[in-house]
Structures are given as structure tokens and as C-alpha cells.
Design a protein around this ligand. Structure first.
Ligand code: PEP
Length: 252
């Protein structure tokens, strides 16, 4: 098994220009020693070019966007297209984050279109999914995750899947301080791999990187990353503090 180890930081709607510059400069220096781990940050759109410029000579540290439009171009006020992201050397885009699904009512159909736009513009995708608390309590979490994966990924080929990382983010753990236990994370990640095997092939299942997200921090990352099917983390709050993000990267 030779899957990449990845730590991604979702800055959400945080930082101003000076803070974004400080954060990326500090992270570039402090994470230098971890060249075997792929680092990705997702700054707000307005600071993306500044961050990609800053990372232009890096070989294992990249920038991504938190969202992209499902449309190509034109009269869609406020939207940012995948082509625009590509033109500022953005390498990744997050699709399906629970905050986009919940607050902005993004549907599976829209997520498919967003991924298609991303691929057309040479962007790699981190596809996020995960159950809400009621679904976990009523033991529907496996069904929910299966549906989220099938509804979107069935529209793509096995070759496309090479350009996707998955991020299992139980909604009850995002920004709440409550993390999935390593057992819960491992159990779900192994299940996700099984579903990918059913949709595509065993080879695709074995090769795809699956990140865990949801209150992952400098204290709990080590235990989570030690799980056989956890290939890294998608970090929200703790990615805004350079020290913590660096400690999380050092947890592998
Ligand atoms: C996220 O937004 O993807 C996330 C995991 O947030 P947090 O780490 O703050 O729970």
C-alpha cells in the first residue's frame, strides 16, 4: 500500500490579507522538514493568488479553493469559476463541505457539476461527506455515507477517481470540539473503501486517500492518523494556528 499522507487546512471565512500572508509564510518555514507529507491550505478566494504565489516553488505544499461554481462563466454574480481558480495556479478545490450543503443548500446534482468543472480545469478535488448526529444516533450513518458517495461518484470514471481525495467529516464533529474516536473513524474509513471498491474496483479502493475531518487537533491527530484507513486530515479551526497545524503534520 502506497497511499499519500495528506494534511489539509480549511481556513473558512477567516483571516484578512495580512493574517493570510503571515500564516502561509510561517507554515512554509515550519513545515519544510515534512516533505513526505502533502500539505494543502484552502484560504478565502480573495487571498488565493497571494498564497499560490507564495507556494510557487514548493513541491509538497499547495493551495486550493473552498468552493467553485457549477457554471462555466457569465452572468452569475458572486460566483467564482473553476477556470478562474486554475488561472491563479490553484491546484485543489473542496466540494461538498457540510457547511456548503447545509447553509447554501448545495445538492448532489450541483456537486457533480462542480466536480466536472474542476476536472475540465485541471483541478483536483477533495470531496467531503458525512452524517449528521441524528443519523449516527439512529445507526443510519453507513447508509447516509454510501448514498452521498454513490449519488455523486457514480457519475465519474475510475480514471477520474485518481484526481479525488475523500474527506469523511461527521457533521456532529465539525467545529464542535467533539471528535470521532479512532475506532469510529477507522470503521467508517474502511467502509468507505469498501463502497469505492463496489463503485469502481478494489484497486481504486486501495489507492484512494481518505482524510478524516471534524475537530482534529494537535492532541488527537496522532491516534487518528495511526488508523490503517485514515490517510490524513482535513483541519478547520486548528489550521489557523501555525503551531497547531505543524504539530498535526508532525503526528504522522
Ligand atoms: C472542517 O471545516 O472541514 C473541519 C474539519 O473543521 P474543524 O476542524 O474546525 O472541526
Amino acid at each position: 500500500m502506497n497511499r499519500k499522507k495528506i494534511v489539509a487546512g480549511n481556513w473558512k471565512m477567516n483571516t484578512n490579507l495580512n493574517e493570510a500572508v503571515d500564516l502561509i509564510n510561517t507554515l512554509k518555514t515550519t513545515t519544510k522538514q515534512f516533505s513526505a507529507i502533502e500539505k494543502i491550505v484552502f484560504p478565502p478566494f480573495t487571498f488565493l493568488k497571494t498564497v499560490t504565489d507564495s507556494l510557487q516553488n514548493e513541491t509538497s505544499f499547495f493551495a486550493g479553493a473552498q468552493n467553485c461554481s457549477e457554471y462555466v462563466k457569465g452572468a452569475y454574480t458572486g460566483e467564482v469559476s473553476a477556470e478562474m481558480l486554475s488561472s491563479v495556479k490553484c491546484k485543489f478545490v473542496l466540494v461538498g463541505h457540510s457547511e456548503r450543503r447545509t447553509y447554501f443548500k448545495e445538492t448532489d446534482e450541483q456537486l457533480v457539476l462542480k466536480i466536472q468543472q474542476a476536472f475540465k480545469n485541471n483541478l483536483q478535488v477533495i470531496f467531503c461527506f458525512g452524517e449528521v448526529l441524528e443519523e449516527r444516533k439512529s445507526e443510519k450513518h453507513f447508509d447516509t455515507v454510501k448514498k452521498q458517495l454513490e449519488n455523486v461518484l457514480k457519475n465519474f470514471s475510475e480514471k477520474d477517481i485518481d484526481k479525488i481525495y475523500l474527506a469523511y467529516e461527521p457533521v456532529w464533529a465539525i467545529g464542535t470540539g467533539e471528535t470521532a474516536t479512532p475506532q469510529q473513524a477507522q470503521e467508517m474509513h474502511a467502509y468507505v473503501r469498501k463502497v469505492i471498491g463496489e463503485i469502481f474496483s478494489n484497486k481504486a479502493a486501495e489507492n484512494i486517500s481518505i482524510l478524516y475531518g471534524g475537530s482534529c487537533n494537535a492532541q488527537n491527530a496522532k491516534e487518528l492518523f495511526a488508523c490503517a484507513d485514515v490517510d490524513g486530515g482535513l483541519i478547520g479551526g486548528a489550521s489557523l494556528k501555525a503551531d497547531d497545524f505543524c504539530k498535526i503534520i508532525a503526528s504522522f
